[in-house]
Design a binder for this molecule. Structure first.
Ligand SMILES: [Fe+2]
Length: 344
């Protein structure tokens, strides 16, 4: 993995910058903040900018980079919430969230899904008791099967960012990629062909919308959101066949989420199965520490999470998550304006 540790001087510079920005913006969800984020990012210390720029341009096979060394005041954070819908820490962790978006802006533009976590750009990842057996970031008791984020969607992120606020039980994030030299030519051919149906993961389903927004919709109506859920329904009931691999045959890009994939024939199933075993053999555990920002190349590696026993007492593992795209233009028709970042 590419790793970078902030020096004391760099921590001070980041804190001074985020302090100044926090005087102007009360939330990272503000359209004006997001519009200016990539310009603010020019003011980060040069070593950070160079590191992220190199990660973007070189596309290293490891597919992940980590920036560590930012101090988090655990007491100031307060409790890990019981649900993401209230956004209780909006002001408390604002500076950390700003830092995270600025880092991400050096890799791409942050965006949100209307159908995921109520359309917020900054996601929360912590265990929610009602979701404990689900294939969701908020689950805990089940292995979260490895996948590429939002693999079902053509506008999925190029990079997924994870920032750790706390992780007292040292719950590991799983990352992995296939060893392509061990994939047979015959399987490679099949995996490059559109012989798989890939359905949306559960985080996009209407049942996982918060009760707060559900009530809002029932009272006020929201045509754009209704149509976003309709699109997800269509992708769920009539997905188009897609390949699992694309790009270069020597170092293919991945489009994998086996838990939600149906191969169209036995040959396609066998090829995917062999690829999955290959990835299983290469899975690594990454334990994030408070203040760590991990960026995952969503085209090069898969990620997941081991099962763990959640505490539900306000001290559970708590990550922030953002989606980043290298090309906002490809989703132009799915957003309500050039500067808008919510995909519907
Ligand atoms: Fe994920």
């Amino acid at each position: 993995m590419w790793a970078f540790s902030l020096s004391a001087h760099e921590v001070e510079a980041v804190q001074a910058l985020t302090h100044e920005i926090a005087l102007e913006h009360k939330s990272v969800e503000e359209v004006e903040f997001i519009r200016r984020a990539s310009v603010y990012a020019h003011e980060l210390p040069r070593r950070i900018r160079q590191f992220l720029s190199d990660f973007k341009l070189h596309e290293p096979a490891c597919g992940v980079c980590l920036i560590s060394g930012y101090p988090i005041d655990n007491a100031r954070l307060g409790k890990t919430p019981a649900h993401w819908k209230w956004k209780l820490d909006g002001a408390v962790s604002l500076k950390e969230q700003i830092m995270f978006v600025l880092y991400g802006s050096l890799l791409g533009d942050a965006f949100a899904w209307a159908t995921q976590q109520d359309g917020y750009l900054m996601h929360d990842v912590f265990p929610i008791e009602a979701d404990k057996y689900d294939q969701l970031g908020s689950g805990s008791e089940q292995l979260l099967w490895w996948h590429n984020e939002d693999a079902f969607h053509p506008y999925r992120a190029d990079y997924l960012g994870l920032m750790c606020l706390r992780n007292p039980d040292r719950v590991a994030t799983l990352i992995g990629a296939p060893d392509i030299s061990r994939v047979s030519r015959e399987h490679l051919d099949i995996l490059f062909e559109p012989r798989y149906l890939l359905k949306p993961d559960e985080s996009h389903l209407e049942k996982n919308e918060s009760d707060l927004r559900k009530q809002e919709r029932e009272h006020g109506g929201n045509e754009a959101l209704d149509s976003a859920y309709e699109k997800i329904k269509q992708l769920n009931t009539a997905p188009q066949p897609v390949p699992m691999l694309f790009g270069s045959r020597e170092a293919p890009y991945l489009r994998l989420d086996p838990y939600f994939t149906t191969p169209l024939d036995d040959e396609a199933g066998a090829a995917l199965n062999a690829l999955a075993h290959n990835i299983d053999d290469n899975l690594q555990e990454v334990v994030l520490e408070p203040g760590d920002c991990l960026f995952i190349d969503n085209y090069r590696i898969v990620h997941g999470r081991n099962p763990f026993k959640a505490r539900y007492d306000g001290t559970d593992r708590w990550l922030k998550r953002i989606n980043l795209t290298r090309d906002l233009r490809k989703s132009h028709g799915s957003r309500s304006g050039c500067e808008m970042r919510v995909m519907v």
